[in-house]
Design a protein around this ligand. Structure first.
Ligand code: NAI
Ligand code: MG
Length: 368
């Protein structure tokens, strides 16, 4: 049986609470003989700052490079508001993404039938929704230089962020989107602001050329990012794969999460380029943050985190059946009416983080 090395970074806030539920799932997968997982633990974000005064230690970065996949829960929160920019919790995340070259962020927004009423939108708008948002993750305005605040004197400052994209960056993320579409609904919606941004103009040009050259069998449409934000709540089922830049992808995927009932439902995969052996660096994490408002209360929804384990099985470990089984187990407990507080809707009561995790593990155990 294959043995896979996972680096688990629980982070801070609700991170450790939901990470504990992911560990239960991984322990079950090992027990059931799906694969052998070796889990190493590290510190990131506020946890790393409190222990070592950094956002992530060099030691943990080394272990991240050596792992078959990194599993991260969440980081950030008001407790670290005053810390220097370079060591704030989110810097740990950005460093992992950049240093591991994780340019492709896959965020599947799936509305489980049992939750169609938990969405703030009408049931018919979201029921059966299954879209994949592909966000470019290592370029754009989050990393572009110059990035600075300049003191102009007399109480005035100037803040600068720079949006930069090069052809190869757009091409490789476009390729990920087209490849995914071929295995799904065969449609890609590419989103930019080609009407007002040079980087958007290039984005559209490169995606159009790539499509014509290599993916003419896939349906391609372009949509301005503001229009897409509107269409996502008007009729989201028109989309299959959406590909967009770092900033728009960040916002549009948060918006999409609410179609599924809660931010606590959305997992993600962040993938690098395949090496000669076809292996790619990867990190899996829920799309949400550390939810400081509910941290320590044991009420956080662990589904996005557990779903991220499922994505690791699918995209890093070539275990699609086990990944399907995790999704089915999540759907199963939801169908039985189990709800954490964030997806409670009209349900009579809600359960704790660990009760939800245990229920998913029990459901999954029956399938393995
Ligand atoms: P957030 O995602 O932490 O929380 C937004 C809202 O959703 C809160 O009301 C929270 O209680 C709720 N929520 C999020 N995840 C939930 C879950 N699993 N179960 C139940 N409810 C959940 O975003 P917010 O509050 O804007 O940011 C808090 C901190 O997290 C900030 O420091 C931010 O920078 C950081 N952050 C970190 C991310 C990461 O670790 N990947 C991503 C987004 C934000
Ligand atoms: Mg975000």
């Amino acid at each position: 049986m294959s043995a896979f090395k996972l680096l688990l970074l629980p982070g801070d806030g609700i991170g450790p609470e939901i990470a504990a539920e992911a560990e239960k799932v991984i322990a079950l997968l090992t027990r059931a003989g799906v694969a052998q997982f070796e889990i190493e633990r590290g510190l990131v974000g506020g946890a790393a700052y409190d222990a070592h005064g950094v956002a992530i230690s060099e030691d943990d970065m080394k272990r991240a490079h050596a792992a078959d996949a990194v599993l991260l829960a969440a980081v950030g929160g008001p407790k670290w508001d005053g810390v220097p920019y370079d060591v704030r919790p989110e810097a740990g995340l950005l460093r992992l993404r950049k240093d591991l070259g994780l340019f492709a962020n896959l965020r599947p927004a799936i509305c489980y039938p049992a939750l169609a009423d938990a969405s703030s939108l009408k049931r018919e708008v979201v029921d059966g929704l299954d879209i994949m948002i592909v966000r470019e993750l290592t370029g754009g305005v989050y990393f572009g230089e110059p990035k600075e605040i300049v003191d102009l004197g007399e109480g005035q400052k100037r803040a600068v962020d720079t949006q930069v994209y090069e052809t190869f960056e757009i091409e490789r993320i476009g390729r990920v989107a087209f490849e995914l579409a071929r295995k799904r609904g065969n449609k890609v919606t590419s989103s930019d602001k080609a009407n007002v941004m040079k980087s958007g103009y290039l984005w559209r040009e490169v995606v159009t050329a790539l499509h014509k050259r290599e993916y003419a069998d896939v349906q391609l449409e372009h949509m301005l990012a503001d229009a897409l934000a509107m269409q996502l709540v008007r009729w989201p089922k028109q989309f299959d794969v959406v590909v967009t830049d770092n900033l728009f992808g960040d916002m549009l995927s948060d918006e999409a999460s609410m179609l599924t009932g809660s931010l606590g439902m959305l997992p993600s995969a962040s993938l690098g380029a395949p090496d000669e052996k076809g292996k790619r660096k990867a990190m899996y994490e829920p799309c949400h943050g550390s939810a400081p408002d509910i941290a320590g209360k044991g009420v956080a929804n662990p589904i996005a985190m557990i779903g991220s384990v499922g994505m690791a099985l699918r995209y890093s470990f070539d275990l699609p059946k086990a990944a399907d089984a995790i999704e089915a187990a999540i759907g199963g407990v939801l169908a039985k009416g189990l709800r954490t507080a964030d997806i409670k809707g009209n349900a009579p009561s809600s359960v704790s983080t660990s009760a939800m995790g245990d229920a998913i593990v029990a459901e999954l155990a029956k399938a393995l």
